[in-house]
Ligand binder design. Sequence first.
Ligand SMILES: C[S@@+](CC[C@H](N)C(=O)[O-])C[C@H]1O[C@@H](n2cnc3c(N)ncnc32)[C@H](O)[C@@H]1O
Length: 223
Amino acid sequence: MNDRTRKSDSGGKGGRSKGRRGGKSGNWYERHVGDVHVRRAQDEGYRSRASYKLAEIDQRDALVRNGARVLELGAAPGGWTQYLVERVGPEGIVVASDLLEMDAIAGVEFVQGDFTEQATADRIEHAIGEAGADVVLSDMAPNLTGVASTDQARSMALAELAMDMACSVLKPGGGFVVKVFQGESFDTYVRSLRSHFQHVKVRKPEASRSRSREVYLVATEHR
Ligand SMILES: C[S@@+](CC[C@H](N)C(=O)[O-])C[C@H]1O[C@@H](n2cnc3c(N)ncnc32)[C@H](O)[C@@H]1O
């Protein structure tokens, strides 16, 4: 594996910030509870509204097939994982990973650890095994500081590592979905993706809040 900026021991940070959006009095909380996708996720038993972003991408780009072997990075609390398990069915494999703990989902192998650490990457590669993956997805997002340039740089660092992992474990012809924040080095990242995949598309799912700078890159036909 190309290990660009991976750490070799523990101590890394990541995960979701409780800072700006943790208090129930803030605007974020009001937006969140009033959000149609949040209410729908609650009604339909999904752990997060994020399930609908993936569903929209998958329905458009037909990425996840019955029986597929899937690796998911940044999985907690598990909204995407729930969707993926349903899509791959009993013949498929889902390996999910996150810095945070995640309540178990039947049929999913979960690897907990900081993805920027080499030891975690090694455990993930071991879990996916020699047969490799048909699809790799990353919804990882760093702790948000509120400083756009910092958040974008941290997000891009995770996206770089996710691309390295995808290139390491994907079968030829496989697909990769990664969340990135638009800004500096976005174009460079897309160019790099294009050197590894035949097709690269930018997707902004309807369930992704429009003010957010997040987009998803959907890369298909791994070379
Ligand atoms: C937007 S959430 C993922 C939501 C998930 N897709 C869902 O549907 O429920 C982003 C996740 O990235 C994880 N994350 C951030 N930095 C990470 C790191 N260095 N290693 C592993 N996971 C990380 C966070 O812990 C968080 O759970």
